[in-house]
Ligand binder design. Structure first.
Ligand code: FMN
Length: 337
């Protein structure tokens, strides 16, 4: 049997390649809230939200789940480009099924551009940072380049440059994080998605993911390990290593906008990663409706805030695990949960 016929004999072959790229996307608590369907004869791949992995408390509307799937969708588009084809994307192909977010099929052959190849190359280098960055400043032109990426993807990226705005945003993050730390139901939701090293898990976050205390920068981080009661002394603060802070926003606030926000986010993250720059996220106040409204009114320039991020050069760190492709990719005709 020739190599070609082996490829043809496995209808999921190209889809598996695309899905391996898709699953490198970020998701809250590394929930990986997605399922993919390989269509017969590799005609296309479907992207579905997996509601069983939604954070019931932190993400009641599924906004963060859809953002994560949008990031995965952008990765699929880049992988199709890497293979030399133009992705054809249908958004919400079956309106009666809102979890079916997108379908990607193969369009005309067109050589990938050097920029597309750069972003594809950054897929496996991108990772989330927690805590202080190194002290080097970012390349001066990077903020404009990232803003332009977000804009082209149908979103906005606003850097919160003035001191008062930064302080205000930091206070809202702290207030949301303190509420979260004090509520047992939030701790229970977090416990479902965090684990101690040694547990064989392909999703969630090891509690040791943050080497620093969650309060070591001006923006409070999620307290994965329960640092706060463990440390008698306040942490050593390194506000100078907080890095530039930005808000990713959209003009609307519905599933189509969330999906677009995810694609824009991933494009921004990959461009940054190609420069060796990674992001830390502080989305806690966006999970509290009253605080999200305040951010929109005072800092977001009227846009609906979808993500809050800091950028900088990371200290050491390792990528988090992903579920194997066989767990997330189904053949057409198999039930989708
Ligand atoms: C919608 C969304 C919200 C997130 N919120 C936070 C956050 O508040 N704090 C944090 O440390 N990471 C946050 N993350 C990052 C995830 O924890 C991270 O993507 C996941 O653990 C996988 O790790 P990786 O990004 O290094 O691949 C968020 C990611 C997404 C997509």
């Amino acid at each position: 049997m020739s190599h070609m016929s082996e490829v043809r004999a496995d209808p999921r072959h190209a889809s598996a390649y695309l899905v391996r790229a898709a699953v490198t996307a970020p998701s809250p608590y590394n929930t990986q809230p997605w399922t993919f369907v390989a269509e017969d004869a590799d005609r296309g791949v479907e992207v579905h939200a997996d509601g069983s992995r939604r954070l019931l408390l932190a993400d009641p509307s599924g906004r963060e789940m859809v953002i994560s799937c949008g990031a995965a969708l952008l990765n699929i588009r880049l992988a199709v480009r890497h293979l030399g084809f133009t992705p054809v994307v249908e958004y919400f192909p079956r309106p009666a099924d809102p979890a079916y977010l997108a379908r990607v099929t193969w369009g005309a052959y067109q050589r990938p551009t050097p920029d597309e190849e750069r972003l594809f190359g950054a897929l496996r280098r991108r990772r989330t940072v927690r805590g202080p960055f190194l002290s080097e400043p970012l390349p001066p032109a990077l903020a404009d380049v990232l803003r332009e990426h977000a804009h082209r993807a149908g979103a906005t990226l606003d850097f919160v440059a003035d001191r008062q705005g930064r302080r205000q945003l930091a206070e809202l993050v702290r207030s949301a994080e303190e509420t979260r730390r004090s509520r047992p139901e939030c701790a229970a939701e977090q416990a479902r998605w965090t684990w101690w090293p040694g547990e064989p898990r392909y999703d969630g976050i090891p509690v040791t993911v943050a080497a620093a205390h969650p309060d070591a920068t001006s923006f409070a981080g999620r307290d994965y390990i329960g640092h706060t009661p463990m440390f008698a002394l306040p942490p050593r603060r390194r506000p100078s290593r907080t890095g530039p802070v930005a808000i990713l926003g959209t003009d609307r606030d519905d599933p189509a906008a969330w999906l677009r926000a995810g694609e824009a986010l991933q494009q921004v993250l990959l461009e940054a990663a190609d420069h060796g720059v990674m992001a830390a996220f502080h989305t806690q106040p966006l999970e509290v409706p009253s605080l999200r409204v305040r951010i929109r009114q005072t800092l977001g320039g009227g846009a609906h805030p979808q993500m809050i991020l800091r950028l900088g050069y990371p200290p050491c760190g390792r990528p988090l695990p992903r579920r194997p492709v066989t767990d997330v990719l189904r053949a057409a005709g198999a039930a989708v949960t």
